[in-house]
Design a protein around this ligand. Structure first.
Ligand code: AMP
Length: 408
């Protein structure tokens, strides 16, 4: 069986793709990557980067295709043209499958699924849970199927990894009937990232994967924490939607739910206003005026008190979840930092791990401050709980899960 997977992340007017050769899962090779933008809008275009040859050492060339791309099916046809012109594969038939990222699988999907009409129907049923994302993901699936009916298509869900949470962790304490009628419960997101970095950390530390206790901190523009026991998610900080939990670039994370009602009753905001406020103008942006942590650090160093407080709030919230998950897991073997902030921001890692030696978390300041793109341990030798930085790779995880569905 071919071990070439085209990973697709489809937005409402875009298709992001990566062609991965995972003949050797320890040494995946990106053969090509690209982005179709402004689908259905003026100025639609495709930028395609591909290797000249098929080896990991061959150089990339970039090509661009402009012209009308009215829908996602045309987007996939354009991607096919780019491959035909620039390589490194000539025929889509060389692919094992397309692996599609799908944001919300509700409680229907606890694993990736080979796409057929029934799976598409079940993803459609989850649209009320992710009204912006699922239709966009579906557009990619429908487009790829139409353009390449003979290639297998697999859906990989952001929520699926967390379906192992016990009811006590995923149940909200609201009227049970209302919750059931509207599918209100914790689902959790970033599942492919949490699964990937937890597994990598366990492998690197030679832990027993069936018993290892891992706390994963995915700190990107969106952020979430996860407690992983024996490879299974037992709790996570995002909820029914990605708004809950940690402080994020522009999302508030946890707040008293009555604040949303208060803003509507007292400040005259509509439900949509509150939605926009909490999702797009809160978090670090709301606290300090910028969503990028690099900018917040610069402002803090220049004496901006709001920026300093924002960093403290950010770290404080992570520590709350760290404490909760240490209790939920009954200790931990390793705490893993990943994504844009987690991988690059040693100051945040320092703030999160500060004064936790009593708990068994002893950061190695030098190792923590060293810049590297590699998966690495940043705690002191002998620290009872290891601390690691593990670069996430959601595309690779989607490709691996896609092959698993196909039995490869
Ligand atoms: P992601 O969503 O994983 O791509 O992460 C994006 C975020 O990572 C950005 O908005 C920044 O806040 C953060 N980030 C990226 N690079 C750095 C860095 N060198 N130091 C601190 N934060 C960073």
């Amino acid at each position: 069986m071919s071990r070439l997977v085209q990973v697709i992340n489809s937005g409402s007017s875009s298709i992001k793709y990566q062609l991965l050769d995972i003949s050797d899962p320890d040494r995946p090779v990106v053969w090509a990557a690209g982005l179709v933008e402004a689908i259905g809008e003026p100025g639609s275009r495709l930028v395609h980067r591909s290797r000249i040859g098929r080896g990991a050492d061959s150089d990339f060339v970039e090509s661009e295709l402009t012209g009308s791309i009215p829908d996602h099916t045309a987007g996939f046809a354009a991607i096919g043209e780019a491959f035909a012109a620039a390589g490194p594969i000539e025929e889509v038939g060389e692919l094992a499958a397309f692996g599609h990222r799908v944001v919300h699988g509700g409680d229907t999907f606890s694993a990736p699924a080979l796409i057929d009409d029934a799976v598409i129907g079940a993803i459609e049923d989850c649209i009320p849970l992710a009204p912006l994302h699922n239709p966009a993901n579906l557009a990619g699936i429908v487009g790829a199927r139409a353009a390449y009916p003979d290639v297998a298509q697999v859906a990989v869900f952001d929520t699926a990894f967390h379906q192992t949470m016990p009811p006590a962790a995923y149940t909200y304490a609201i009227d049970r009937q209302i919750a059931a009628d509207h599918r209100i419960r914790r689902y959790g997101f970033h599942g492919t990232s949490h699964a990937y970095v937890a597994r990598q950390a366990v492998r690197q530390l030679h832990l027993d994967p069936t018993t290892a206790k891992v706390i994963t901190l995915h700190l990107g523009n969106g952020a979430s924490a996860c407690a992983v026991s024996g490879g299974r998610s037992i709790d996570t900080s995002m909820g029914m939607t990605p708004l809950a939990g940690l402080v994020m670039g522009t999302r508030s994370g946890d707040i008293d739910p009555a604040i949303a009602l208060h803003l509507q009753r007292v400040a005259g905001l509509t439900a949509d206003d509150v939605d926009a406020l909490l999702n797009m103008n809160s978090g670090m942006k709301g606290l300090a005026g910028a969503n990028d942590l690099r900018e917040i650090h610069t402002r803090s160093q220049a004496g901006d008190a709001a920026a300093t407080l924002a960093l403290e709030v950010y770290a404080h919230r992570i520590r709350e979840y760290l404490g909760a998950y240490l209790v939920a897991l009954g200790g931990a073997d390793v705490i893993v930092f990943t994504a844009g902030v987690g991988e690059n921001d040693h100051v945040i890692r320092e703030m999160v791990c500060k004064d936790l030696a009593w708990l068994g978390v002893a950061l190695d300041s030098d190792a923590n401050a060293r810049r590297s793109g590699d998966s690495r341990v940043v705690s002191r030798r002998g620290s009872p709980i290891a601390v690691m930085v593990v670069p996430t790779n959601e595309e690779l995880e989607i490709a691996l899960q896609t092959l698993e569905v196909l039995g490869g």
